[in-house]
Design a protein around this ligand. Structure first.
Ligand code: C2E
Ligand code: MG
Ligand code: MG
Length: 286
């Protein structure tokens, strides 16, 4: 009996593995098609300075509008895109479109605002990255100081020499460099100091149960202290409550991003948000 049961479990296991493999293959095929058929779009989420009330930047976040399944979130398709290499054309598309749309926003508003674009691991390792960034800036007409490149802390854990070289190349384009999801990796302060980093973004897991969860709260306050010491700006993401906002502000982090201020929104809503005829995006009204 025990043996039979073991075999059944084994069969069940291989079956679900096969199902998973089939799912991944069809996802890959669908992603290729989605790229050809232009099924992706960008949403933008503002970052706010609590001291002035100004919007200091917007983060571009990719969405997939699937013809049958509706909107698909990046966590569902980015891992497959990364594994298959499809992230390269997809990432170029994101960079190019983020620059073009923000340039258009500048023209509509008559003033500049920064856009933050997330890079994937594979994009960060690409020796051609500098050219890709420069191309996106040149063809969109966006000034480099209005583009921010977000890489995650885990990407720094590679061969240090190439990480440093790549970051120097990115820096030479004149864009801002932010370390995203900071606090989740294991980078040393020594490493951080040796890299051309402009800002740190506190991962939302450290903000979530603030200040009730003492461990996470301590990590957040340490990151704020490190940023200040190294003369970097620090942004907290995933801010949802007044309590979190109060705590962050008290501890010297006045740059925030989260549902409390605005959800990621379409370009149209972003324009209305900025032009002040609705000073809140539509989805936050009523
Ligand atoms: P991220 O860069 O850390 O982005 C922040 C995520 O938190 C976004 O999820 C955003 O919608 C969500 N968020 C914002 N405010 C709140 C809040 O108050 N509460 C909570 N619970 N969540 C909040 P999203 O859009 O699903 O993106 C997930 C991740 O996918 C991003 O994390 C980023 O790593 C990646 N990603 C998104 N767009 C791109 C892209 O164009 N290229 C690459 N390479 N990665 C992307
Ligand atoms: Mg990000
Ligand atoms: Mg993050």
């Amino acid at each position: 009996r025990a043996k039979d049961k073991g075999r059944d479990q084994y069969d069940f296991y291989t079956e679900t593995l096969n199902e998973r493999a089939v799912q991944l293959m069809s996802l890959e095929r669908e992603l290729r098609q989605a790229l050809r058929h232009d099924e992706f779009h960008l949403l933008f989420q503002p970052q706010v300075d609590l001291n002035t009330g100004d919007i200091t930047a917007m983060e571009a976040l990719i969405r997939w509008q699937h013809p049958e399944r509706g909107e698909i979130m990046p966590d569902e398709f980015l891992p497959v895109a990364e594994d298959t290499g499809l992230i390269m054309p997809m990432g170029n598309w994101v960079l190019q479109n983020a620059c073009m749309q923000i340039k258009l926003l500048h023209q509509l508003l008559g003033r500049g605002v920064r856009v933050a674009v997330n890079l994937s691991e594979r994009q960060f390792r690409d020796p051609g990255l500098q050219n890709i960034i420069e191309f996106a800036l040149r063809t969109s007409g966006l000034e480099a100081r209005f583009l921010e490149i977000d890489i995650t802390e885990s990407m720094l854990m590679d061969d240090l020499h190439s990480v440093r070289e790549q970051m120097a190349r990115i820096q030479s384009t004149g864009v801002t460099i932010t370390i995203d999801d900071f606090g989740t990796g294991y980078s040393s302060l020594k490493l951080l100091r040796s890299l051309p980093v402009d800002r740190l973004k506190i991962d939302q897991t450290f903000v979530r149960n603030m200040p009730a969860d003492a461990g996470n709260t301590d990590i957040a306050t340490s990151i704020i202290a490190i940023a200040r010491q190294m003369d970097m700006a620090v942004v907290a993401e995933g801010v949802e409550t007044e309590e979190q906002e109060y705590f962050l502000k008290m501890h010297g982090c006045s740059l925030v991003q989260g549902y409390r201020y605005a959800t990621p929104m379409t370009f149209d809503d972003l324009y209305h948000y900025f032009s002040g005829d609705n000073d809140r995006p539509r989805e936050l009204k009523a």
